[in-house]
Design a binder for this molecule. Sequence first.
Ligand code: GRF
Length: 202
Amino acid sequence: MSYPVAVLASGTGTNLQALIDACASTAIDARIVYVATNRENVPALVRAQRAGIPHGSFTIKTYGTRAAAHEAMADAVVASGARLVVLAGFDHILAPAFFVKLAGVPVINIHPALLPMFGGKGMLREKVHEAVLAAKAKESGATVHRVHPDTVDLGEVIVQLRCPVLESDDVQTLAARVLAVEHEAIVEAVRRCIATAEAAPR
Ligand code: GRF
């Protein structure tokens, strides 16, 4: 029975697409049961629609506050029966109420760097790659980690994959190389979470 997974995204959704494709090719024994975004009209929602996956957007504009939006999002995720939640390019810090409603369903996140380096509040997207280049790091990569309430980029690491940083790199070329590594890491992380959950005593 394929493992039910919910995915939270904010924009382009290429990590979501990597998971959609991995489920379709049975590279992982999972099915995406819900896609939620914190923005309307983003490509991630189109990817969900094309794949026939139930989806919804939960914006602060609609719900009034971040907490209210995240609680409504949690209700939809719980209703979907998801046993794992994947933050795939999701750019908000989840309100504690989200975790309360999930009542123990694990949440994992992908970060475009080798945590604990180049992580933390505000370290999003191109800011991460700018910091890596400024530090003259020789390698970067992607980290998938557990997410706990009121923390940013601090949970237990599940998967970490590396890639080189080239002398010739700029933010765009480094971001593209890291993104390709993210797509591998996020699929491997879901695979490992399923294996761990299914090995756990019931
Ligand atoms: C990616 O650049 C990644 O670093 C971060 O969010 C960005 C967009 O990812 N996770 P996606 O294409 O929306 O999955």
